[in-house]
Design a binder for this molecule. Structure first.
Ligand code: NAD
Length: 363
């Protein structure tokens, strides 16, 4: 080989090296920045069903890298270590980092999304008021931590019960973050209602849309199908017409959805976890990517300015549509006397819960 051949050989290697470098640069520029997602109660049973779905891209997108921050209380740190090991062992390409912690200053730092699952569970002999007091303390601390450490654009989903009131307390304790960034989970109730209607009509659950959960995530919630549609063999009809059993829709259907959580606990000796995790994914994915055209879903949101006569300073579950990460309550749905009474009853429970919680908050 003469010196000319050698030069052209190295020239060839140089240009392919350059190509590799340019490709690597483009790839890294095209790769989205990781988002930081917090799950509290991360050593618990809902989180165990939830974390895999988040880490594999089911919620924030298949091309969105994620840093998962896992917060729990100090005695649960050894359990959290096991959860971290399992997440690592899943070898998920989108999962860039897992940060287990019991410290709010670590847990709430620079968050893009916060899923607040951890809360004080009801212990035997515990009064409802004592339970509320313990949770006010938790969500006051976590709200203040969001205010201090998280991004102002953070989207906060409260799951831990009493979810509506915990969400209100967290929002009130984070005055620098817009109220609209806070929501609580009633999607599990919404999914339960859709599924009951689908089973009754003999169709799959995706053929049912626009059921509504009004109010509190408790047994006073009002599952409403007056505006729901069912697609039966290709033709879309009102749920009342598809089911043709008003007595069921006004009776057993409502109580089945309202009491489903208790029925699962009775059967499983544990509260709903797989279905709760699925509902959390549905809720957060809709916040991130929006709801489908012509469809609405249920979530607990700030009631300020609503057109349904619900007291303003509450987190109340409404039908909402979401676009550009912003929800809007669906206005103008007709409300009959039957619905009105049920919407007011669940609002009254929330007002009472709020007033007790605000007393604790001011102490
Ligand atoms: N909104 C809904 O639709 C819905 C549905 C199902 C369950 N829930 C509620 O979700 C919550 C969690 O349920 P679970 O089955 O996972 O319970 P779990 O007891 O299995 O787990 C809860 C975890 O939260 C942790 N925790 C408690 N206080 C904490 C704090 N201050 N900070 C961080 N972590 C804390 C606990 O240590 C525990 O690991 C419960 O309040 C349950 O009632 C809500």
């Amino acid at each position: 080989m003469d010196s000319g051949d050698k030069a052209s050989k190295y020239k060839g290697q140089g240009s392919s090296l350059l190509l590799v470098l340019v490709n690597a640069l483009c790839f890294s520029l095209l790769q989205a920045e990781p988002i930081r997602v917090l799950v509290t109660g991360a050593a618990g049973q809902i989180a165990y069903s939830l974390l895999y779905s988040i880490a594999k891209g089911d919620v924030f997108g298949k091309d969105q890298p994620i840093i998962l921050v896992l917060l729990d209380i100090p005695p649960m740190l050894p359990v959290l270590d096991g959860v971290v090991m399992e997440l690592q062992d899943c070898a998920l390409p989108l999962l860039r980092e897992v940060i287990p912690t019991d410290k709010v200053e670590v847990g709430f730092k620079d968050l893009d999304a916060a899923i607040l699952v951890g809360s004080m569970p009801r212990k035997e002999g515990m009064e409802r008021k004592d339970l509320l007091k313990a949770n006010v303390a938790i969500f006051k601390t976590q709200g203040a931590a969001l205010d201090k450490y998280a991004k102002k654009t953070v989207k906060v989903l409260v799951v831990g019960n009493p979810a509506n009131t915990n969400c209100l307390i967290a929002s009130k304790s984070a005055p620098s973050i817009p109220k609209e960034n806070f929501s609580c989970l009633t999607r599990l109730d919404h999914n339960r209602a859709s599924s009951q209607v689908a089973m009754r009509c003999g169709v799959s659950s995706d053929k049912v849309k626009n059921v509504i959960i009004w109010g509190n995530h408790s047994s006073t919630q009002y599952p409403d199908v007056h505006h729901a549609k069912v697609n039966v063999h290709g033709s879309e009809m009102a749920a009342y017409d598809a089911i043709k059993d008003d007595a069921w829709l006004r009776g057993d259907f409502i109580s089945t959805v309202q009491l489903r959580g208790a029925a699962v606990i009775k059967a499983r000796k544990l509260s709903s976890a797989m279905s709760a995790a699925k509902a959390i994914c549905d809720h957060m994915r809709d916040i991130w990517f929006g709801t489908k055209e012509g469809e609405f879903i249920s979530m607990g949101v700030y009631a300020g300015g609503n057109s349904y006569g619900i007291p303003e300073d509450l987190i109340y579950s409404f039908p909402v549509q979401i676009k550009n990460k912003t929800w809007k309550v669906v206005d103008g749905l007709s409300i009959n006397d039957f619905s009105r009474a049920k919407m007011d009853a669940t609002a009254a429970e929330l007002v009472e819960e709020r007033d007790t919680a605000l007393d604790f908050l001011s102490q």
